[in-house]
Write a protein that binds this ligand. Sequence first.
Ligand code: CU
Length: 238
Amino acid sequence: MIFNKLITSLISFVVFCSQLVASGSITGTITYKGKIPKLKKFDMAIEPVCMQKHETDPIRFTGRSEALVLGDGNTMGNIFVQVVSGLPKKEYSSPETPVILDQNGCTYSPHVLALMVDQPLKFLNSDGLLHNLHTLPEENDEFNVTMPKFLKETIRTFEYAEGMFPIKCDVHPWMGGFVAVLDHPFFAVTKKDGVYKIDGLDPGEYEIEFWHEKLGTRNATVSVKEGDAQTLDFVFKR
Ligand SMILES: [Cu+2]
């Protein structure tokens, strides 16, 4: 009897606690509206290994296709979504799990990535070719690392929060990508389906920024209630 009561109180306590911390989320799909620019082809002739990797995926040859990756219904990939205001002022710990950037088929996979301050960024060299990793940040230290064909991976971290900056390979002029460093975990990068989700948000009013490498940034505000899953779709118009 006492045991049952104890269990009941324990359950109510757990439910009470979970309500206290019920966080909200923002999710949505990003789509493109406008003229689709003509895609220019990469010329990878100097690297037959990479050309072969793209034989079955000719779209990946197209230089601008990385800048405009569209899925069914013109959903947009490579959109960086982040909360830019409304967050409580506090320090967030960085994950120890590395973010992976693979040099594969002489392209960066992913083309756009975001990670937290001090979170490891692990660069892989699946191509087994000579690449180099050259970042062009403004706040963080620039690095220019040679990745010889025998070097399978190398790890770097970033000291300061910073918006999107380019990374490029000086060996293959078409290879380029973008990296952003954040001091909070409320961000996402879309894949081809254009879907993003940011969760773990306290109730509040947030400003969300959508970034695209050519179209720049757009902002929207959204109000999140306790335990709420808010939908915020966005259309990039050109
Ligand atoms: Cu390269």
